[in-house]
Design a binder for this molecule. Structure first.
Ligand code: FAD
Length: 443
């Protein structure tokens, strides 16, 4: 979680896992749109680059601030709700964990969420952060209107039009802060709902056979495949009447997170880190201890899971039609050589969307995420994933590690050239470009 004290007292900046670091010349926390406009105008005059950062939960260098780091920590909260249109306008710096309660007061909720809620709304939108569900898109897809300050300090508003013709909306959709600093976002919301979570252990072959049916039967379906074991945890979420999570469940979650995530799983991770020959054993122990967890509550209470153990992550989106072939090869390859990581491979689904830089552009997708425990060597697994995924024309999650170069990215994103033209209109002097963006997009 973002800490204001850490931001103010520490000259350095680092991401959640600590692998991406920076020592920006200035760290600023504006509290008005006018203050942001002044900062941008001054930076442009002096040839300085700005990176606005959210909760630093990206694993990639997309948020790395090299000269001026900006936090919108003082620009948070719900501004207005249009219940009839089912839209809510929020300050861009609002943390996702602040949205659930604020919307519930109006009988509303977010359509979908990922598995943590420490991110800011703008950060999550900018990288197209997603949950799981084949009928559901990313949080970027929920945005119906943007307000932002461009690279000249000018304030803009845009309301999303027909995705077939709305070029600016499709450029803003997942734009990594390259068109400017979002100050307000209006999102499409839904009537509040409850969720019931169920988990079960499945043999890999059985799970694959049931997958197609499962993703249509359950609003949310997710796998955690334990490498080298041919076993997985299948988690499903079904919609129920909205009701708060019981105190007992909250206490159990908190106990489990302390004992299981920070306790038992942490010790297993440390075992694997200190003795890499135990990596497969740790994966087997984890697969054999899949808990039969059942949880119920308001949607925003059930979506997030506590993450007590830190890791690094890479993630790719493939065409849903390729999923069975791809996951079968992944499972076989990791059974032969576990590539140094015991962490389960997460599998989710995602509806196709229209953003020019959206990893799901134009196709429904399966999403595969690969994790390596903090302090362990990511290279063997991440290098293999990066090369292997080329076979499937897989697109990377912008907030996670990817090793693609600009030519490969250009090939995967047919509208990139147009995106960069639109980008240049709003930020001609590259105030919002850092080295990572330069390398990936050759801006
Ligand atoms: C433990 C963990 C779990 C995660 N789970 C998921 C998950 O379930 N699903 C998923 O898809 N991703 C997941 N992620 C990735 C994460 O959701 C994204 O990387 C997200 O962008 C992080 O949000 P943030 O607020 O920390 O933004 P940052 O990482 O700080 O920034 C992300 C990008 O947004 C830009 N940005 C931030 N604020 C603004 C603004 N006001 N205007 C314009 N641009 C802005 C930044 O410049 C940067 O390019 C997870 C990450 C972690 C560490």
């Amino acid at each position: 979680m973002f800490s204001l004290t850490h931001w103010q007292n520490n000259p350095t900046w680092e991401n959640w896992v600590g692998y991406v670091q920076a020592t920006p010349e200035q760290k600023l926390i504006p509290d008005t749109v006018a203050a942001i406009q002044d900062i941008v105008k001054t930076a442009r005059q002096h040839g300085k680059r700005i990176r606005v950062t959210g909760a630093a939960h990206s694993f990639s260098g997309c948020a790395q601030p090299e000269e001026i780091a900006l936090s919108l920590h003082h620009m948070r909260g719900l501004i207005e709700v249009n219940k009839e249109a089912q839209e809510a306008t929020l300050y861009a710096g609002t943390y996702l964990y602040e949205i659930g309660d604020a919307l519930r007061e109006h009988g509303l909720a977010l359509e979908n969420m990922g598995d943590v809620q420490a991110q800011t709304l703008a950060g999550a939108v900018s990288t197209a952060t997603h949950g799981t569900g084949i009928s559901l898109g990313s949080i970027a897809n929920q945005v119906v209107a943007w307000e932002w300050v461009d690279g000249c300090g000018k304030l803009h508003q845009h309301r999303r039009g027909d995705p077939a013709t709305d070029e600016l909306g499709n450029a803003l959709h997942a734009s990594l802060g390259m068109l400017g600093i979002f100050t307000k976002l209006t999102i499409r919301v839904v009537p509040m709902y409850g969720l019931k979570e169920q988990n079960q252990r499945l043999e890999f072959a059985d799970a694959v056979a049931q997958f197609e049916q499962g993703i249509h039967q359950h609003r949310h379906l997710e796998w955690f495949l334990f490498p080298g074991t041919h076993k997985l945890q299948q988690k499903t979420l079904s919609v129920i009447e909205p009701k708060p999570m019981s105190r007992r469940q909250k206490m159990k979650d908190s106990f489990d997170s302390r004992l299981v995530l920070n306790g038992a799983f942490y010790l297993l991770c440390e075992l694997a880190r200190k003795f890499p020959s135990y990596v497969l054993k740790v994966s087997q122990i984890s697969a054999n201890s899949i808990p039969n967890v059942q949880r119920e509550g308001y949607s925003y209470e059930v979506f997030p899971t506590p993450r007590g153990v830190k890791f690094n992550e890479t993630e790719y989106f493939i065409d849903l039609n390729d999923f069975t072939a791809c996951i079968t090869e992944v499972n076989e390859a990791l059974a032969k050589d576990i590539k140094g990581s015991h962490f389960p491979i997460e599998v989710r689904t995602h509806k196709g969307e229209s953003g020019m830089l959206s990893p799901t552009q134009g196709r429904d997708c399966a999403v595969l995420s690969f994790h390596v425990y903090q302090g362990m060597d990511c290279e063997p697994l991440f290098n293999w994933v990066n090369d292997y995924m080329k076979k499937w024309h897989a697109r990377p999650h912008w907030g996670k590690v990817n090793k693609l170069d600009a030519a490969e990215i250009r090939h995967l994103y047919p509208q990139l050239k147009r995106f960069l033209e639109i980008r240049a209109d709003y930020d001609p002097d590259k105030v919002f470009i850092n080295r990572w963006l330069e390398q990936k997009f050759m801006v």
